[in-house]
Design a protein around this ligand. Structure first.
Ligand SMILES: [Zn+2]
Length: 327
């Protein structure tokens, strides 16, 4: 990596954290609106329950979908803005049978390329902007220009910013846009937005991220990942060589994804160990039972009285009772 100006690198870290805090700030608004939307549709589509997960099983063969999945799709189409987006939905990657139980699964319908989002669609700024753009209910609150500007700054100053540096003016521009989004009245009245706005206003005026914000686990994690990338990577002049840069945002996600995957692998290993132990104990018990059965069989053979001998013994007893023994 080329020598990074430390002030500009601080600006980059500051904007990365601001993006994360903005997503946190939008949570109450997004979940609140989606829950209300979901409940309205639920009331209209409360007939039966899908048993086969029509979208996964039949994909775009809508004629084979059950009545419930059809009803949900029809209602969602009512709030979709663009026909172009609707026609490109990858239904096979969705679970329509979960629609009645999950507003997040419903939200995926309106997120472009939702399958590329590694974490939850409601925890990704780009996915949220896509949801705002494609849904009538959000579009009435957040205008398209702001959505375009925020997607642009996220890509230019963070996701595709391979220099890992941002000028002070650019940093101020980023903060102004993010604060403008959180200050939209419908959003600003929520608790999560108030908290995020408070933090962003403070960070906008600071060269470094204030200590109390740095102590937040999520913020620490973002900073650690960025520092690891900046220390570890030597970004060659790959543009000149015609080799595409990796998307930084994806790499930050990948780091998080790798940690989650490692944890999953550890859990799987532990589960396998427990399973092997249980199988071992089962075999041991089985072996013990077999050994016991064989030994019992052998012992029984030695002690079971011979039928003929019994008769002789009985005869002897009878004869003795009569007072004489007959040989
Ligand atoms: Zn169905």
């Amino acid at each position: 990596m080329n020598q990074i100006n430390s002030e500009q690198f601080d600006n980059f870290k500051s904007v990365a954290v601001a993006l994360k805090l903005t997503v946190d700030g939008l949570q109450d608004f997004v979940h609140g609106k989606l829950r209300s939307l979901h409940q309205n549709i639920y009331r209209k589509c409360s007939m039966g329950q899908c048993k086969v997960d029509c979208s996964r099983r039949y994909g775009n063969e809508f004629v084979r979908w059950c009545k419930t999945c059809h009803a949900w799709k029809k209602e969602l189409n009512q709030i979709n803005r663009y026909r172009n987006h609707w026609d490109k939905i990858k239904w096979k990657k969705l679970d329509t049978m979960d629609f009645p139980f999950s507003h997040e699964e419903v939200a995926k319908v309106f997120v472009q390329d939702f399958t590329h989002v590694r974490q939850g669609v409601l925890e990704d700024l780009n996915a949220l902007m896509s949801l705002f753009r494609n849904t009538k209910v959000f579009h009435r609150i957040v205008n398209d220009n702001l959505i375009t500007d925020i997607q642009g700054l996220r890509n230019k100053y963070f996701a595709h910013n391979y220099s890992l540096s941002i000028h002070a003016v650019e940093k101020a521009q980023c903060y102004d846009l993010l604060i403008a989004l959180l200050k939209i009245p419908d959003i600003a009245c929520t608790q999560s937005s108030k908290i995020a706005l408070n933090l962003l206003e403070e960070m906008k005026l600071s060269q470094n991220i204030p200590e109390r914000i740095l102590r937040k686990p999520d913020v620490q994690y973002t900073i650690t990942v960025i520092q690891n990338i900046s220390c570890r990577e030597t970004i060659e002049s790959t543009h000149d060589n015609g080799i595409a840069f990796l998307n930084l945002y994806d790499r930050v996600d990948n780091e998080q994804f790798d940690i989650k995957r490692s944890t999953e692998l550890l859990k799987i290993t532990q589960r396998n160990r427990k399973k092997m132990f249980r199988q071992f104990v089962f075999l041991l018990v089985l072996l013990s039972e077999c050994t016991f059965t064989i030994l019992y069989g052998l012992y029984s053979k030695e002690t079971v009285p011979v039928k003929g001998l019994n008769n002789v013994q009985n005869k002897l007893i009878i004869d003795t009772k009569d007072g004489e023994v007959i040989n």
